[in-house]
Design a protein around this ligand. Structure first.
Ligand code: KG4
Ligand code: ZN
Length: 357
């Protein structure tokens, strides 16, 4: 059984084919990603109109390459899975309209996928003939504690089984990846900020500065807007200026050592905020596995803090499957198909930019 997954929720146009094997494992047969990141770099963040236009140009070539890489024709495809939320409206629309059209003209079942759930399902892929992928050896087991940490999401979710989950908590303002990106911008690090901030932090002292950890009323909720502002004030204070000093001029006044110390201190505290609640949820719910998904799952600091503090080891997936991709959408699509979940109507499926879990 093979599913084509289509993902266009932000700036990556992605398509992949995943096979549900006779041994009930997931095998990644192709994974094509075309990012429009370079076009956004000069603006310091994703410009929705540019992202949508890029998806229009890229979507069909990306799907055709995904089929070709997997040595697959449409006859071999058993269904189409597509991200219908959450994400940028214009971007989602291109993926959903393409998937709807293909489902109709190729006469295939259509499955609608929640992008955030998809991030966790990237970790169910354990086999691939493709070179350059390091995948988990074992599939996650239920009950499963899922931590989703990306540019758009920070969520803790408890899965009892496939399609049976409870949202424990989530960010009430910025996502952690967004906070990484914004702090990186203040420090003048190139876009995308997250990975570059991690590199800069490597040269700094993580204990140089004390930054505040947010206290939220919800036990498993997060907030990252406070620490972001605290970094801004810290950077201003470091160069002897007050709150009125413009953030875009800070980078030219801070020394490389100051930037590295701020990056390291921010990274430590922001990641600790996430890890504290993950440990708390682990202790309360005693899951069999802990699974991390989303772009920030690639963070070395996150991996180190979790392995220091969690009593069970985590199998991480390849970094190419942590950031947005079609494979995670196809992976969840496989389970929707084999577990007889509802199909989407290809004539009416709509986008849900603010879809929650
Ligand atoms: O999952 P993703 O590709 O897109 C969303 O669904 O949002 O995540 C992108 C986010 C960005 O904020 C990026 O800065 C962050 O993940 N990111 C990282 C790292 N790699 C990507 N953050 C920290 N450390 C990294 N190594
Ligand atoms: Zn994502």
């Amino acid at each position: 059984m093979k599913i084509l997954g289509i993902e266009t929720s932000c700036d990556e146009t992605a398509a992949a084919i995943v096979e549900f094997t006779d041994q009930r494992k997931l095998r990644l047969l192709s994974n094509e990603i075309l990012s429009s990141m370079d076009l956004h770099a000069m603006y310091g963040g994703v410009v929705p109109e540019i992202a949508a236009r890029s998806h229009i140009e890229a979507i069909m070539p990306v799907i055709e390459r995904a089929l070709a890489d997997a040595n697959c024709t449409w006859d071999g495809i058993d269904g189409v899975a597509v991200t219908y939320g959450a994400g940028l409206g214009g971007s989602l629309l291109i993926g959903v309209l393409t998937a709807r059209t293909l489902a109709i003209i190729k006469n295939k079942p259509l499955y609608r996928i929640n992008h955030v759930e998809g991030h966790i399902y990237a970790n169910f892929l354990t086999e691939t003939p493709l070179p350059g992928y390091v995948l988990p050896k074992n599939q996650p087991e239920f009950p499963l504690l899922g931590l989703i940490v990306s540019g758009g999401h920070s969520q803790l979710v408890l899965w009892k089984d496939h399609f049976d989950y409870t949202l424990l908590g989530q960010t009430q303002d910025d996502a952690i990846g967004e906070a990484f990106d914004k702090v990186a911008k203040v420090l003048g690090l190139p876009y995308p900020g997250g990975p570059n901030l991690g590199k800069k932090a490597h040269d700094g002292n993580p204990l140089a500065f004390d930054l505040p950890k947010s206290k939220m009323p919800g036990k498993y909720d997060f907030s990252f807007s406070g620490i972001k502002t605290a970094v801004l004030r810290l950077a201003q204070a470091q160069i002897g200026e007050d709150y009125s000093f413009p953030s875009f001029r800070l980078a030219e006044r801070l020394s490389e050592a100051q930037k590295a110390d701020i990056a390291a201190s921010f990274q430590r505290v922001a990641i600790e905020t996430i890890v504290d609640k993950t440990i708390q949820a682990y202790e309360e719910f005693q899951p069999k596995t802990v699974v991390v998904g989303g772009g920030v799952a690639a963070s070395l600091e996150l991996r180190q803090q979790l392995s220091r503090r969690l009593p069970l080891p985590i199998e991480y997936t390849d970094p190419k499957l942590c950031t947005d991709n079609g494979a995670m959408i196809a992976a969840l699509g496989c389970y929707k198909s084999v577990l007889n979940q509802a199909r989407a109507d290809p004539y009416t499926l709509d986008i849900h930019p603010n879809l929650s879990m």
